[in-house]
Design a protein around this ligand. Structure first.
Ligand SMILES: O=C(O)C(=O)[C@H](O)CO
Ligand SMILES: [Mg+2]
Length: 273
């Protein structure tokens, strides 16, 4: 049976972020993920998480200056100190939330910087970070992101992410396989899931409708079919990860909000919530 986590950075936007934990629990989610909790005091958010009886299954490391266009630091030459500080911060927050997984974003190639140098920087930084994660008992994730939503992002395809994870060869570095991005960049989702889940290198899945990034019951991807595929392959290979619902709800606060669009996940939500 697939296990779904509500992404509180995109869902429940009709509530202030700290209030989204209780909102997701009321709807029956048992786990949440989110991107960047760093604007909030970690113990206060940890209390919201615990009061709502939720697991936090994924969070992101600080991405650099998001408003200035930065989308991660891991592959940026000359930013090693900032990268290492971002990992320290992420591990501290992950400890407060008992969060096992941290998405470490690669970054957007700076103008005129050689992609080969970025890749070398990426591997060097990830090797160091995976060792920090080992000590802390966490797992880092790298995610291929589509070039339409994030032009210039330095990791776009599943095979490249798996090659990096294989090269670094640490149990504390895995792939975050976002099926929304994978559909846009590559397609062939059924075959990719059947091939990649058994490798042991996929640490987390995410979903959203394609192309509008709304609920997964809208758009070109048949997620009901993919949930069956994930169930079948997981039973065969023992994959026991979570699936993050990382989408922008189609209903706003005035027309029912996030809750109204949860029909797609009802069979898997906790009863009596
Ligand atoms: O963009 C995505 O799909 C992600 O999962 C990142 O964590 C946030 O950009
Ligand atoms: Mg994603």
């Amino acid at each position: 049976m697939p296990r779904f986590a509500a992404n509180l950075s995109m869902m429940y936007a009709e509530h202030a972020f700290p209030d989204r934990f209780a909102a997701a629990a009321r709807d029956g989610f048992q786990a949440v993920e989110f991107m960047f909790p760093y604007d909030w005091q970690k113990d206060a958010l940890a209390t919201r998480l615990q009061d709502a009886g939720l697991l936090n299954v994924l969070m992101n490391a600080p991405p650099g200056d998001w408003l200035a266009g930065e989308r991660g630091l891991a592959a940026l030459p000359g930013r090693q100190d900032a990268f290492r500080s971002s990992i320290d911060a992420a591990l501290s927050y992950a400890d407060a939330f008992a969060c096992p997984r941290i998405h470490v974003m690669a970054g957007v190639a700076p103008e005129g910087v050689d992609r080969a140098l970025c890749l070398d920087t990426y591997k060097e930084n990830l090797s160091w970070a995976a060792d920090q994660a080992r000590t802390a008992g966490r797992t880092l994730l790298i995610e291929p992101i589509n070039t339409r939503d994030m032009p210039g992002y330095l990791l776009n395809r599943q095979a490249d992410a798996h090659a990096i994870v294989s090269d670094i060869d640490s149990p504390h570095l895995r792939v975050q396989m976002d099926l929304y991005h994978c559909q846009i960049m590559e397609g062939d989702l059924t075959t990719k899931l059947r091939a990649l889940l058994p490798t042991g290198r996929v640490g987390h899945l995410q979903i959203a409708g394609v192309p509008d990034r709304h609920e997964p019951d809208q758009g070109e991807v048949n997620y009901a079919h993919l949930f069956d595929v994930i169930d079948t392959v997981s039973a065969q290979c023992g994959w026991d990860g979570w699936i993050g619902a990382e989408y922008r709800p189609r209903y706003g606060a005035e027309t029912g909000g996030t809750t109204r669009g949860l029909g797609w996940v009802q069979p898997w939500l906790k009863r009596g919530s």
